[in-house]
Write a protein that binds this ligand. Structure first.
Ligand code: N2P
Length: 442
């Protein structure tokens, strides 16, 4: 995370602490509380919103901005903490959960004189998110797609060949002992393990990636646990957001990560002569979608809706993409034009996203996955009440060594205590007997 964002966060937290004193009179309608992923917006875009909002509505707004790097942390704050964030940015399986639990408010598309830029979002991405709709609640009435991408392998070409990363096998290969940084995202790790455990069935066409990644049967959980434990010797660390920097510095060989982080890392590394690549393995992977949503406890739906509208303008979307590396869900001809780069030799089919004219374009294919890549990926779904068992498995996997150590220590101490107590009992019993025998003799 760069310094400006850190400063923004510090200001934001001060804002939270002091809002009750120094801003005592500030109406909540002049505050917008945004809770977003770290490194997920251009800082100037964020800073310029109050002026834009004033222009559109004549009203003042001050942003309180906080960041998270794990979906579940955000969800807990809303679901359990009832925090009054006006905008959050969950991923698809959390969107589904929030819709199921009725935790969201509809987006207010009443923008007055301001055009409705939400129309700029790709219909393809909307269709995908609408698969998560719940009875009486259509996803896209509650959520506006923001960024999307794939999960795959970012690798250092100095140590790993492109051919090796075409299969998830490379993560399990003992050649890569202690050389992998894993994204600290339990659903990505789970999906990857289950996919790899079924390489043969996938090749035979007897199962699909979608079925595998969303299988939460006890057998699947046990299988994922087995494969994730087998992976552990190769794991150098779990990262929430620092993997891209480590890779840029050439500190690790492989990183299971998201496409946007890969784009950012590849560009940064290139500037300092480190050659990184990104691949979505042949077996298939996760394709994910993050969207803006207004939680039930929000207190400024108007500003939240305007903020989403502001982000859907093509120039703003382009600035965000350039700053963070991820792909915006906004898919207008201006964006396609700005993103086409004829120095890229590889041709990709992006017609599913931009429309028929984009069926063979020269475009960064890490950022914008080709149709073939999208076809071998699937979206992850909410695990509902099975989430708990998967999370338990996940903590067994991650805390394996520590837990076994602590458990053996506890057993060891109690074991010794027990032996000592039994010994004392026997000793006292013997003494007692001896005493009585002697008394009888006296
Ligand atoms: C950016 C996080 C991206 C979120 N730091 C991917 N779902």
């Amino acid at each position: 995370m760069n310094n400006l964002v850190k400063i923004l966060i510090v200001f934001a937290s001060w804002g939270l602490v002091f809002s009750s004193c120094s801003h005592a009179d500030e109406a909540r309608s002049h505050i917008l509380k945004v809770y977003n992923w770290a490194d997920y917006i251009d800082e100037d875009v964020l800073a310029e919103f109050p002026a834009w909002y004033k222009e559109q509505t004549g009203e003042e707004i001050r942003i309180i901005y906080q960041v998270f790097d794990i979906n579940e942390i955000m969800l807990t704050k809303i679901e359990r903490g009832h925090d009054d964030f006006d905008l959050v940015c969950p991923s698809e399986y959390i969107i589904e959960r929030m819709l199921k639990k009725n935790l969201l408010l509809p987006i207010d598309r009443n923008f007055g004189k301001t055009p409705d830029y939400l129309k700029n979002v790709s219909p393809y991405i909307e269709q995908q998110l609408d698969k998560l709709s719940q009875p009486g609640r259509k996803t896209t009435d509650y959520v506006v797609p923001y960024m999307w991408g794939t999960a795959g392998i970012l690798y250092n070409k100095k140590f790993i060949s492109e051919e090796k990363v075409t299969s998830w096998e490379c993560l399990w290969n003992s050649e890569n002992k202690n050389k992998i940084l894993m994204k600290d995202s339990y659903r990505d790790a789970y999906g990857t393990a289950i996919i790899y455990a079924h390489v043969q069935e996938l090749a035979n066409g007897t199962v699909t990636v979608e079925q595998l990644m969303n299988d939460n049967s006890p057998e699947a959980i046990a299988l994922a646990e087995k494969y994730l434990k087998l992976l552990k010797p190769n794991i150098a660390g779990w990262e929430a957001d620092f993997g891209k920097e480590m890779m840029t510095k050439g500190k690790s060989w492989l990183n299971l990560t998201w496409s946007g982080d890969a784009v950012w890392a590849i560009e940064e590394a290139d500037a300092i002569g480190v050659d990184l690549g990104y691949e979505v393995p042949q077996e298939g992977s996760n394709i994910w979608y993050d969207g803006w949503a207004i939680p039930k406890y929000a207190r400024n739906v108007k500003a939240a809706s305007y903020f989403i509208n502001y982000l859907c303008q093509p120039d703003i979307a382009l600035r965000n993409m350039d700053a963070i590396g991820y792909v915006s869900a906004v898919a207008t001809p201006e964006i396609l034009k700005a993103k086409v780069d004829t120095t890229i030799t590889k041709i990709s089919d992006l017609s599913y996203f931009f429309g028929p004219e984009a069926d063979s374009v020269h475009i960064n294919n890490v950022q914008y996955p080709d149709r073939k890549v999208v076809e071998r990926c699937a979206m992850i779904r909410d695990f509902g009440d099975k989430t708990e068992s998967v999370l338990e498995m996940w903590s067994r996997v991650k805390g394996d060594n520590l837990n076994t150590g602590i458990v053996s220590l506890i057993f060891g101490v109690f074991g010794l205590l027990f032996v000592w107590l039994v010994y004392q009992r026997i000793r006292r019993y013997k003494q007692h007997k001896r005493f009585h025998r002697r008394r009888r003799h006296w």
